[in-house]
Ligand binder design. Structure first.
Ligand code: ZN
Length: 274
């Protein structure tokens, strides 16, 4: 059996979490990430038959039966992951219709997965239903996106259109836009279900006055998605109090759609002329 600390997926996860901390998105124990893996990915590094502990999940997720997840631990700090991955991360397999997590590696101090595990697993199931290549769900607290939820209309179309207008590449990176949840109590099945519902139509879901969820096919893509939305929010927070003299128009957004072969969320741009 190879050392799991050398597995490419583990190295990728540690680097991503370290980078998220470096950008200030994950103060204290803020943020959580889950990466879905196949048995073939983990077999060289962990014996699927050797279950260290079983942990009830508190929800059901039949679509994820038998799936493996590398996931951050509850109460753990992203800043510490690079120094002790085996304490701060765990590899689990879902069984019993998703109601049980079997720990195969990690959480060596007796810990368990993030308190946002319901939101993660329900979001994985929702994204897999629309995109079978989805592997990652990522949650964090980027400052500008969070700030924007205090001063901007929370209507999803209005919020998305503002982000698209802030950087030319936004509509190319997230043509499906951003969905927005009102403030809700975190760590519950209710916010998990609401997030998963929103994940059916967009890969980014803002939690008002809290942070953001992103989903994607790998860690880089998902990180880049949040990074791009956060950059747009940063521009917005720099200009929101100033008279806006120029902007990116819907006609220009249509040119970007055409050039990059993407389709903006249906009805969220003014129809193209001609
Ligand atoms: Zn959070």
């Amino acid at each position: 059996m190879k050392d799991l600390l050398t597995a490419p997926f583990l190295v990728d996860m540690v680097r991503t979490l370290t980078n998220m901390y470096r950008l200030g998105w994950d103060e204290r124990n803020g943020g959580n990430v889950s990466l879905m893996l196949e048995e073939a990915d983990v077999r060289e590094y962990a014996d699927p038959a050797r279950v260290l502990r079983t942990i009830p999940t508190g929800f059901s997720a039949p679509a994820l039966e038998g799936k493996y997840f590398l996931v951050t631990g509850t109460g753990k700090y992203f800043k510490n992951v690079q120094y002790a991955p085996e304490v701060n991360l765990g590899l689990v397999r879902l069984t019993g219709g998703g109601e049980t997590a079997e720990l195969l590696w990690g959480f060596t101090d007796g810990g368990k997965f993030t308190s946002e595990f319901p939101a993660h697993m329900m979001s994985h199931a929702a994204r897999l239903a629309v995109d079978p290549a989805n592997r990652v769900v990522m949650h964090c607290h980027p400052g500008n996106l969070l700030a924007m939820t205090y001063v901007h209309d929370l209507d999803e179309k209005a919020f998305t259109r503002t982000l698209w207008q802030m950087c030319t590449e936004c509509i190319v990176v997230f043509p499906d836009g951003v969905n927005v949840l009102p403030w809700m109590l975190c760590g519950t099945n209710e916010i998990g279900e609401a997030t998963a519902q929103k994940m059916k139509t967009a890969r980014l879901v803002v939690w008002s006055q809290h942070g953001i969820y992103g989903a994607g096919k790998d860690l880089d893509e998902t990180f880049g998605l949040i990074e791009t939305a956060e950059k747009a929010a940063e521009i917005y927070m720099k200009i929101a109090h100033l008279p806006r003299i120029n902007t990116i128009t819907d006609a220009q957004l249509h040119l970007l759609e055409k050039r990059f072969g993407v389709r903006a969320r249906e009805g969220w741009l003014e129809p193209a002329e001609g």
